[in-house]
Ligand binder design. Sequence first.
Ligand code: PMV
Length: 329
Amino acid sequence: MASLRTATAEASPNIALIKYWGDVDHALRLPANGSISMTLGGLSTVTRVTFDPTIDRDSLLLGGEPAGPAALERVARHLDVLRAHAGLDGHARVESTNNFPSGAGVASSASAFAALTLAALTAAGIAESSESLSRLARRGSGSACRSIMGGFAEWRAGTGDADSFATQLAPGEHWALVDLVAVISAAPKAIGSTEGHRLAATSPLQAARVADAPRRLSQCREAILRRDFDALAEVVELDSLMMHAVMMTSTPPLLYWMPTTVEILQAVASWRRGGLGVCATIDAGPNVHCLCEPGAAPAVEGALASVPGVERVLACPPGGPARVLHPAS
Ligand code: PMV
């Protein structure tokens, strides 16, 4: 009987401190600019991949339920990339579970494609460097390349497939920041990021955002390395607002914010003026990620929970790298 090759891997999502928005190559997911993130501890995707010579197509279970055709197709396309890399041609059963509800305000594609990449290559019997894993994970979802790394990661845009991957800037223990995610709506978004990256270039503001990215990246990198919260807060908020300005001015425009989103942005600004170390950043959705130093976290968490319209608040410290849970058999 033909043997099954199987492995399980775990990865966490991440919050971009300097955002990736817009591709220069959609198929390869090569970004218009570099980005920096913090991997989110406590949240994870666990994915098992089993290459099974007896099946004639890939299958995908998400949280125990068969996935819809769009999700299956995206995973099958990524498996094609991994199969080509590994020199394999069998089909696979993929079973993936998040320990956070989908639509909880945290995008799961980063953790999903990081875990899928690591599990599939491990099942194929291939041990890759974290840089190579990051490069491959990028092909499934750009931000997944950063979720291969624990702590703080930087994705250098690069010039092509070979040099576009993330590396670790600093481990999580370097700075015990907390990301308090104010969940305003768990509804799925009308236009996801894959489509959004294609629209970015239609905004007249995108060229200016991209041209200024090296300056913001360097300010953010320095702020992390020096653990300078005020410098971090300034650049994180500027970068998030620049991305949303591009989104709002693309054709068609993308307006992810809801009234509560704006309310929290204003509240965070006033809390910071009042001396609380907190800043806000928003990915492609209405929910607000409030970054703070550990001493400020209880006060910020309590204040966020009492804003009308906030459904729940998730508290995430820096998380670890993607890891294999069971060795390939
Ligand atoms: O990796 P994608 O295609 O899901 O795009 C991520 C886009 C943002 O979350 C808005 C920004 C980022 O850098 O993570």
